[in-house]
Design a binder for this molecule. Structure first.
Ligand code: ADP
Ligand code: MG
Length: 355
């Protein structure tokens, strides 16, 4: 009944990496003084993760970074058996579960974005995510009665956290935590921290299109990171952002995970906690540029869910955060600060301003 986008997403991610990496690192600098770049890719956190060390570091640094990525997956994935999040979910309605400090930290951030968004971002969206299964086996359009049964289980306001005991409790049976909108950003921050601790002086971290650039390029010029073209699965970009090291670029879009139903409608994976249906507000993607990837990831989903006007107002109110919104009419809206670091290069798109 549906066309799966999973295979397509993975291909897009790999090619997207080629674009991002070449955009970030071109032209290749002479590597004699700094040694050859070391690169490794692996499937973690449900996506292709690629780390490219351009100055300093070693295979051991890559080992440590990938080990941490797998640890984060083993704690925070909602789609995998045996994770900490799965244990919290299994104990919904029966009792609190002790969790590691990092899970508490990521959940705390997710609850912050829930508050900031007035509930448009909600890490307890799990029961609705599970009904749709978008991007996974068994994706389908849930019935109205299924959605009506799931929606009362959504509501981050009821999550109980005991910081001293380091426990999380979902008070109603059937509640499900889903940190999928924010865990990859946290993972990028953690990889950045580990690489810097291990002496890496320049690197590109790409967790399925969630990009972070670290340190300085050999020629001293800014990093150049492509902003994904939302209409193109093949990983091309609509323009380039020029950025200093220690910056992350995260996009949430409707082209990443979706399926086309028998009704011809495009159903994507950012869901409205109020209705249970994919958010439909005329946007096709939101890219956030910031220093912290957990914030950029939480915000890209948040701003998408809020829509252009409210999302842009929120982005402009946050120091150190820039955002680029793309709508279905190929209009590109940049926050004030993004206007000076981002340059549109694809003639199919036009820069626009809010009235
Ligand atoms: P991606 O993970 O593809 O980079 P996002 O960061 O935007 O994209 O996260 C989307 C994921 O977040 C969904 O697959 C789902 O697990 C979860 N999610 C969907 N809708 C919401 C929402 N309104 N609030 C919080 N999380 C959501
Ligand atoms: Mg996100």
């Amino acid at each position: 009944m549906s066309t799966s986008s999973t295979a397509r997403s993975i291909i897009a991610t790999v090619l997207g990496l080629a674009v991002a990496a070449s955009a970030s690192c071109a032209p290749p600098a002479p590597r004699t003084a700094r040694g050859d770049p070391i690169e490794r890719s692996d499937l973690v956190l449900g996506t292709v993760c690629t780390l490219r060390l351009l100055d300093g570091g070693s295979e051991a640094a890559l080992d440590a970074a990938f080990a941490r990525l797998r640890e984060i997956e083993d704690r925070m994935s909602a789609n995998k058996a045996g994770t900490t999040v799965a244990a919290v979910n299994a104990a919904a309605g029966s009792g609190p579960v002790k969790v590691p400090a990092d899970v508490l930290f990521v959940l705390g951030k997710a609850l912050y974005y829930w508050t900031l968004s007035g509930g448009a971002f909600d890490p307890t969206i799990g029961p609705v995510v599970k009904l749709w299964n978008i991007g996974m086996d068994g994706e389908r359009i849930p019935s109205v009665s299924e959605l009506q049964a799931a929606l009362p289980l959504v509501g981050a306001g009821s999550v109980r956290i005991d910081g001293a005991a380091s426990t999380v409790y979902l008070p109603r049976a059937g509640m499900l935590l889903d940190l999928g909108a924010i865990a990859k950003g946290y993972a990028a921050d953690e990889v950045g921290r580990i690489l810097l601790e291990r002496g890496v002086k320049a690197a590109v971290i790409d967790l399925g299109g969630n990009i972070m650039v670290l340190g300085k390029k050999a020629d001293g010029t800014p990093w150049r990171v492509g902003v994904q073209d939302p209409s193109d699965d093949r990983g091309s970009y609509i323009g380039i952002a020029e950025l200093p090291g220690g910056t992350t670029v995260v996009t949430s879009g409707i082209y990443e995970r979706y399926f086309v139903g028998e009704d011809g409608v495009h159903y994507h994976h950012i869901l409205d906690p109020a209705t249970g249906y994919p958010v439909r507000n005329g946007l096709v993607s939101v890219t956030v540029i910031a220093e912290s990837s957990i914030d950029a990831d939480g915000l890209s989903t948040t701003l998408f869910a809020l829509g252009l006007e409210r999302g842009m107002a929120l982005a402009e109110s946050l120091p150190g955060v820039e955002a680029i919104f793309i709508d279905a009419e190929n209009r590109v809206y940049a926050s004030e600060g993004a206007g000076s670091i981002f340059r549109l290069s694809d003639g199919a798109y036009t820069m626009a301003t809010l009235p």
